[in-house]
Design a protein around this ligand. Structure first.
Ligand code: WQD
Length: 339
């Protein structure tokens, strides 16, 4: 009987890729997802890749009784990877109360119940947005946490503090917080990938939909930034590379490889890439032109941010491996599958 891991938000973009890597590492997986921002067909994609259909319960983690019942029926859960959250920066500005309720209460429900069910490992999906616009680049885990630029970013900061304080109060579990930079791409099988709801907010799915002719042209939000080509710079990391880090984090806690009860890691490539550079890399990798127009800046955008991944490289023994071009080709292959 393999060790069972609960993956909340496991039918989502990063969650589904993590479920595949967990299964291929020998873990049993239970997914809890409310399907508010993903769809059930993702389970077919996961099964097509691994041959194993993960256990699945559709549940809103705000439903404490429902969560208690699921944990009662799954007594062999050894750890939790918590992805489930609302994650659109712009939407969070319009609907802050929904974001604070969904992203914070659900975390509290999980942490509340872990001790009773003997669940001792908790991986939290966090974000480089906690750094705001770093003063020093590349950004390390010791960089100061700056006031959030959005309610979404604030919920990530608050959740990190909740986890820190829970562990400081000696609640009986360990946690690893993973701060993602910009996850992009899709599984090489093209069985799973990013499924934006409606008009994509993020850059790469908008590019692939434009390349497919679904969108007329890409709006590039500003080219008057203090960067070499004037467009924003990001650390775009392959989603499978990112998923692999979650398995390493769970292994690390289950095998007691560290005496620390709380660890934080930046998950990035260490390379900054501008919006225009990414567009050109996509065109070179796929041979498909992407019509775009420079428009005004998007409110809340950070000018430039990329990771110093040295700590994760050295301590976790994890490193992003996939090239930007291969990653963009995987996104394009997935889009062609979706049509
Ligand atoms: C990237 C760059 C845009 C769309 C978000 C979340 C962050 C993390 C990663 C979860 C920016 C530009 C975008 C478009 C554009 N998610 N852009 N035209 O904002 O860096 O980060 O995703 O952890 O928390 O905030 O990602 O892909 O939206 O934007 O020019 O149509 O592309 O201005 O410079 P972002 P993004």
């Amino acid at each position: 009987m393999g060790k069972k891991i609960l993956v909340t938000g496991g039918t989502g973009y990063i969650g589904s890729h993590t479920v595949v890597e967990l299964q291929q590492a020998g873990y049993e997986v239970l997914i809890i997802d409310d399907l508010s921002n993903s769809n059930i067909e993702v389970l077919d994609g996961i099964e097509n890749i691994t041959g194993i259909r993960p256990d699945f319960v559709q549940l809103d983690l705000n439903d404490k009784e429902g969560l208690y019942k699921v944990l009662t029926e799954n007594r062999n859960i050894q750890g939790i990877i918590h992805f489930a959250a609302s994650k659109a920066v712009g939407e969070s500005v319009q609907k802050p109360l929904q974001y604070y309720r969904n992203n914070i209460l659900t975390l509290l429900n999980l942490l509340d119940m872990m001790p009773e069910f003997g669940i001792r490992c908790f991986v939290f999906s966090s974000s480089c947005t906690v750094y705001g616009q770093p003063d020093i680049l590349p950004v390390t885990e010791n960089a100061p946490i700056k006031p959030a630029m959005s309610p979404y970013g604030n919920t990530k900061q608050i959740n990190e503090e909740i986890i820190h304080d829970a562990i400081h109060a000696n609640l009986p579990f360990k946690s690893i917080i993973l701060r993602y930079f910009n996850p992009i791409g899709a599984h090489p099988s093209a069985e799973i990938g990013e499924l934006p709801n409606g008009v994509p907010q993020n850059l790469v799915p908008f590019i692939t939909q434009t390349a497919m002719g679904i969108r007329k042209e890409l709006s590039v939000f500003g080219d008057d930034y203090n960067t070499p080509d004037g467009t924003c710079i990001r650390d775009f990391i392959n989603v499978v590379d990112l998923a692999k880090a979650h398995v390493i984090a769970i292994d690390r806690m289950l095998e007691n490889k560290s005496d620390d009860k709380l660890e934080v890691f930046n998950l990035g490539t260490g390379t900054g890439v501008s919006v225009l550079e990414l567009i050109h890399a996509f065109e070179q990798g796929t041979g498909v032109k992407v019509p775009y127009r420079i428009v005004e800046r998007r409110e809340g955008d950070i000018e430039k941010v990329w990771a110093d991944p040295t700590y994760a490289n050295n301590v976790l023994g994890w490193k992003a491996k996939e090239t930007l071009k291969d990653t963009l080709v995987s996104a394009w292959n997935w889009q062609k599958k979706l049509k």
